[in-house]
Design a protein around this ligand. Sequence first.
Ligand code: FAQ
Length: 311
Amino acid sequence: LELTQEEQFQARIDADVRIEPKDWMPDAYRKTLIRQISQHAHSELVGMLPEGNWITRAPSLKRKSILLAKVQDEAGHGLYLYSAAETLGASRDQMLADLHSGKAKYSSIFNYPTLSWADMGCVGWLVDGAAILNQVPLCRTSYGPYARAMVRVCKEESFHQRQGFEIMQTLCEGSPEQKAMAQEGLNRWWWPTLMMFGPADADSPNTAQSMNWRIKRFTNDELRQKFVDMMVPQAEFLGLTVPDPNLKWNEAKQGYDFGDVDWEEFWNVVKGNGMCNKERLQARVQAHEEGAWVREAALAHAEKRKQREAV
Ligand code: FAQ
């Protein structure tokens, strides 16, 4: 019995064999991986902006150096991810051009403004918490370079999440004004964070095939449920109220029931009409243009070195 190339590929996936850059793969597998990995990379880059906003206003030198380190880590994550996408034949210049023209997507969450210091707590606690839940399973994703990039990324994300939780804890143990600031942050970030996991499974065009190819190891709704179940006890520990009147422990499913996400808001943000979409893209394009001289200098340096070594 002869298996087709595609059947052999699926058999390797089903046996949990990692796919490597030089292996044969279906075009659609390559395409969806480039799509997901490049969007993930873009999210890391744009994800620097909401927190970058607070580096100059962090309340102490210690907080400032921690935040600076976190934002630098995000730049690093973006670079590993672009490299992983390059192993599939994607060009970095093209990926960046697609981000800058507004053609490529990046996570909806980074189109919300960071208005108070508590937002640094909320981004670390909730947004990085969601990112970890989504990314720990990606350490077992079927494509080798993506899986390996995720291992280091997840280690750094767990430090990010703890620093966010610690900001929240400090605020919650502080003055009534600080506690109120923490609650107000949670009120604004809770629902957008639930949207990070993507549309409901029934409305997710990519999930079924990505699960079959073991690119995704859990569906969007499965991860969203895990997130709610993990975060509600943490909010209770902090003495904060999750802004969802329908939140209720369900003994039978051993998890929380929760209210409906506002999908109209989600798609509106994904389509480019969120609160900060234009500002974020503009800041990205400006940073890229202002960095042109660094890229040129690095190229010139590499060229000189090559010539020196050739002598
Ligand atoms: N925002 O069929 P599905 C971080 C799009 S963490 C915008 O379900 P899929 C760390 C989706 O692309 C954030 N668009 O798609 C950090 C698709 O459109 P397309 C990044 C979204 O791929 C923390 C369409 O909707 N993490 O950066 C969103 O199976 C703090 C239909 O959706 C990752 O990217 C959304 N939220 O599932 C940095 C993780 N959701 O492409 C700084 C890897 C969906 O067909 C500070 N990615 N869409 O045109 C994934 O796990 C998946 O790609 C999902 C989406 C789960 C995001």
